[in-house]
Design a protein around this ligand. Structure first.
Ligand code: 5GP
Ligand code: ZN
Length: 119
């Protein structure tokens, strides 16, 4: 069994309220807060409340949690008024993807027309 929280993890500290963040959504499984360095007019990080390092460690037991993260992102898009125009959901894993924080998080990006593919 892995513990629900990692005392060294910055996103665990945000979930637990030990360090401040602009939290815009919270339920029993998921917390979402504004990215400190936004790359889009709307840039929100949606994280599981339980510490999960990244997609590489996911097991079937995490399926409901991952589903809750995606549905929370969808609800936030509606809450923030971008659902109709659209939004992008991104999970970075590993060095090539420039993953920096080792607590699973989904970027919710919206507020302007985007290009594809990403850089
Ligand atoms: P990654 O590159 O790991 O996919 O994304 C990590 C994201 O976390 C970055 O966009 C970065 O700006 C954001 N971030 C890092 N530290 C903090 C913090 O203390 N508070 C908030 N709100 N965002 C953070
Ligand atoms: Zn964590």
């Amino acid at each position: 069994m892995t513990p629900d929280s990692d005392p060294e993890c910055i996103f665990c500290k945000i979930v637990g309220g030990q360090i401040p963040a602009a939290v815009i959504y919270k339920n029993d499984q998921v917390t979402a807060f504004r990215d400190i360095n936004p790359q889009m007019p709307l840039h929100v990080l949606v994280v599981p409340n339980k510490h999960v390092a990244n997609t590489e460690v996911l097991e079937p037991q995490h399926d409901a949690l991952v589903g809750a993260v995606v549905r929370a992102a969808r609800d936030i898009a509606r809450q923030e008024g971008v659902a109709e125009r659209g939004y992008r959901l991104v999970i970075n894993t590993g060095r090539d993807a420039l993953n920096t924080v080792p607590h699973l998080h989904m970027h919710m990006l919206a507020g302007r027309a985007m290009s594809w593919p990403p850089g």
